[in-house]
Design a protein around this ligand. Structure first.
Ligand SMILES: *Cc1c(COP(=O)(O)O)cnc(C)c1O
Ligand SMILES: [Zn+2]
Length: 419
């Protein structure tokens, strides 16, 4: 029996449908983005609160609403099922009733990307795909490389020229070819990729062009609501590059409501860096589509710096509008302050991962969020991916001679307790 209740794929633009058993990226008729559809009555028969709790706490707990039909095709490294930390001290610092951190730093390659690549690479295996390529600012490449290795798929990874050493090292250790590509506008690399695609017929893994990746992000909604005794938070804040994470989560919350597991939906809130925020700029003008714009190098939040919205940003914009949420930009200074706040909670975030926490205080002071809210901030990636940003925040740790140690520690503790 198929483990998934997937029925087919449908084009959002023209309504054409496709079998989920053929390797299709975008609509062959009109180029529109495809969305997976499921038999929700079938899901309702197999899902109960007790049954779900009995299953292992990974992404695949939710297999009926993931697109992989045969369990033997699942490619997993233990992604998902990440902790939701309740942080009362952080909440009072930020001026809201409750803050929860959805800690994606503990995923196998230390970012949310593992949810999406576990699903997309599993599905690629099911579709018989043997060679694959993706482009990346680093995190997607590292995750993709890890899952392709598990699946025995040969991967080529095109990275931004400025990807960190840490991210590149991961890709190489997982055993795949990585090339650093110089460009300024994401549109340029998109064009180059389309040309490679055309010549070689490679299957695409870029968010949205691949119709399966964001299905993995739906599990945010399932996990968070299960953890909160089957209620939704008032608001969920997610950093946006393509907007795959926020779109997937919004789809997931909608599915839970449809299935009767929750009775109200959260306000979806997207964050982008101030210098490169094409989707937020469109939101601020209440537009349905986002135009290319912004400077990829204008922010330390490299993992969400994207100046060419895929599918014109329609999906993330829809999540914000439909849910009554909003979009907000954050500066590098605000992100660095959030990195410190998260550190004080025991969580080390990369700049993109700290952006939602940076957004909270801003939303409250602008009157866009009420102090009464319970807010989930998704900490999407680990600080170990980009540790250099921490250096300017703190003085160099002192170096002392071993003989000085007892006196030094005594004086240090006295100083600290006098504070
Ligand atoms: C990729 C990424 C995001 C953004 O995800 P999208 O689905 O592209 O919007 C956010 N944070 C980190 C750390 C990422 O690597
Ligand atoms: Zn179409």
């Amino acid at each position: 029996m198929a483990i998934s209740c997937i029925t087919d794929l449908i084009c959002e633009e023209c309504g054409a449908t496709y079998s989920h058993r053929e390797p299709v990226n975008t609509c062959r008729a009109c180029g529109g983005l495809l969305e997976c559809r499921y038999d929700y009555a079938g899901v309702a028969e197999r899902w109960s609160r007790d049954e779900l709790l009995r299953r292992p706490q990974t992404l695949w707990r939710w297999q009926e609403l993931l697109p992989v039909a045969d369990a033997s095709n699942i490619v997993t490294l233990g992604e998902g099922g990440t902790p939701l930390h309740r942080c009362p001290r952080l909440a009072s610092r930020l001026g809201v009733r409750a803050v929860y951190l959805k800690d994606e730093t503990v995923n196998p390659t230390a970012t949310l990307k593992d949810r999406t690549f576990s699903v997309a690479v599993s599905k690629a295996k099911e579709l018989g795909i043997q060679k694959a390529m993706t482009r990346t600012s680093g995190n997607a490449g590292a995750s993709f490389a890890a899952y392709c290795s598990r699946a025995g798929i040969q991967a080529v990874i095109l990275s931004n020229a400025w990807a960190t050493e840490q991210k590149l090292a991961m890709i190489q250790v997982y055993g795949h070819a990585v090339v650093r590509v110089r460009y300024e506008q994401a549109a340029e690399i998109r064009k180059a990729l389309d040309e490679v695609q055309r010549r070689l017929g490679l299957y695409e893994f870029t968010n949205f062009i691949n119709p399966f990746r964001h299905e993995g992000a739906k599990a945010y909604a399932y996990e968070i609501c299960q953890e909160l005794s089957w209620t939704a938070p008032d608001r969920m804040i997610h950093p946006m590059g393509t907007g795959g994470g926020i779109h997937g989560a919004w789809k997931g919350f909608g599915e839970l409501k449809r299935l009767g597991f929750i009775d109200r939906l959260p306000k979806m809130t997207g964050v982008q860096p101030a210098g490169c925020a094409p989707i937020i700029w469109a939101y601020e003008k209440r537009l349905a589509v986002a135009a290319p714009g912004g400077d990829l190098r204008a922010t330390i939040a490299q993992s969400i710096a994207s100046n060419f919205p895929i599918g014109q940003g329609k999906r993330p914009l829809k999540a914000m509008y439909e849910s009554g949420g909003c979009g907000v930009t954050v500066t590098d200074e605000e992100i660095l302050a959030a990195v410190r706040l998260l550190g004080a909670e025991g969580v080390f975030a990369e700049p993109a991962g700290a952006a939602p926490v940076a957004a909270v205080a801003k939303l409250v002071s602008a009157g866009l969020a009420s102090p009464e809210e319970a807010i989930v901030c998704v900490v999407t990636g680990s600080g170990l991916k980009q540790p250099s940003i921490v250096r300017p925040l703190f003085p160099e740790p002192p170096t002392i001679e071993v003989a000085e140690t007892p006196d030094y520690v005594e004086a240090l503790l006295a100083r600290l307790s006098a504070r």
